[in-house]
Design a protein around this ligand. Sequence first.
Ligand SMILES: Cc1cc2nc3c(=O)[nH]c(=O)nc-3n(C[C@H](O)[C@H](O)[C@H](O)COP(=O)(O)OP(=O)(O)OC[C@H]3O[C@@H](n4cnc5c(N)ncnc54)[C@H](O)[C@@H]3O)c2cc1C
Length: 417
Amino acid sequence: MVVIGGGPAGLAAAHAATEAGARVTLLDRHPELGGVLPQCIHPGFGLKLYKEELTGPEYAWRWIAQLGEVQVFVETMVFAIEPGLRVWASSAEQGVLAIDCRALVLAMGCRERTRGMLGIAGTRPAGIMTAGTAQRLVNIYGLMPGKRVAILGSGDIGMIMARRLAWEGAQVVGVFEIMPYLCGLRRNYVQCLLDCGIPLHLSHTVIRVNGAKRLSSITVAPVDERLRPQAARAFEVEADTLLLSVGLIPENELTLAIGAELDPATRGPVVTSRMETSVPGVFAAGNVVHVHDLADDVSIAGQTAGQWAAAYACGGSSPGGKRLRIRPDANVRAVVPQLLVLPDVLEQGASLLLRAGCHHEGPCSLELVDAEKEQVLASKELPYARPAEMIHWWIPPRAARHLDRASQLLARIRVGR
Ligand SMILES: Cc1cc2nc3c(=O)[nH]c(=O)nc-3n(C[C@H](O)[C@H](O)[C@H](O)COP(=O)(O)OP(=O)(O)OC[C@H]3O[C@@H](n4cnc5c(N)ncnc54)[C@H](O)[C@@H]3O)c2cc1C
């Protein structure tokens, strides 16, 4: 079988599949394995799986060291997948490769949203880049992107880079967030912004970039409750660098090309609880499926995909069983997996990852509801609902046994009593 992408999802999938007896080829377009981890030199990885606080490179190395029999091709870019599972790749060393496989794991990760996707007015000066690009410049190449830095968006990468650049001597003038709430993890807000004295401006956005060859300033405006900038109250902030931390997009060109169903809410493939897509034999895991907060969860999903892909590769098909669809409903933006394989769930329970579609600082309940009968089949109390923080819901087999009464489920967050 073939795994595309050597980040934490692909590494875990390749490892689990070899352990399960499959012959695995792992392909990655970068010269090194690890995906985004080699540039994430801050600690915070591995707390869940290893109960240790590791840096990104240390976490990646734990997985790379376990690859064993896996055949690895780096600097190898997959550019097409044919039906019947022939994978086409272009390799720096081997030229064009055509690899036939019985099962495939998609683990291509995601990419950052760029200025072009935001449509900010102004000129095209140097000094505007994504937070991940700045991270690569500083942490891999040892280059500083600028001296006076502003950050648009309160995503995790932006907050981590705010701290990193402040530590390297830059003046970080502020983080500007269009939403009225933080869009990254609270721990990053405390450790990266509060601890470094970097101001966070909620309900503010950049409406113009100014400068000829190099960025000289940005024009910032507060937004109203419908996120419309209030130009009359705009002000100018001097900056030679603007980092964009405004969201990640799952990298799904190949997924679309093989005809897998995509979920508009996650922008990733619809997957079963076995991480199988709608194309038989094609599995997916990690940020290609939906954007995760933690690399540990990515690795766990990769293991599931790898185990089931190996079973498919060795057995020729997926073991059967009724699939139960879950759709996001009130106050839920997305739920993964979108399909539960009932025999597995009744035996082993179900693990769901959800994104809230509302921001509520107070107790609320998460419910799985029979879509036809409007009957609550499982529920969980939450201390709050924040769109930036993924909700983990483990439904043990005892609680999951009611789920097979429904033909379709709705996931809801009930706010207030
Ligand atoms: C800046 C930053 C900070 C983070 N901080 C933390 C943290 O503190 N703690 C934590 O737990 N998590 C953190 N994360 C999250 C974690 O790193 C990601 O969730 C995780 O790396 C996603 O893993 P992945 O395998 O899905 O994708 P990636 O790591 O992105 O790997 C995908 C791989 O696929 C390859 N690829 C893509 N397309 C192709 C193709 N066509 N052919 C061949 N190869 C291809 C890419 O080259 C890449 O190597 C952070 C992420 C970022 C970006």
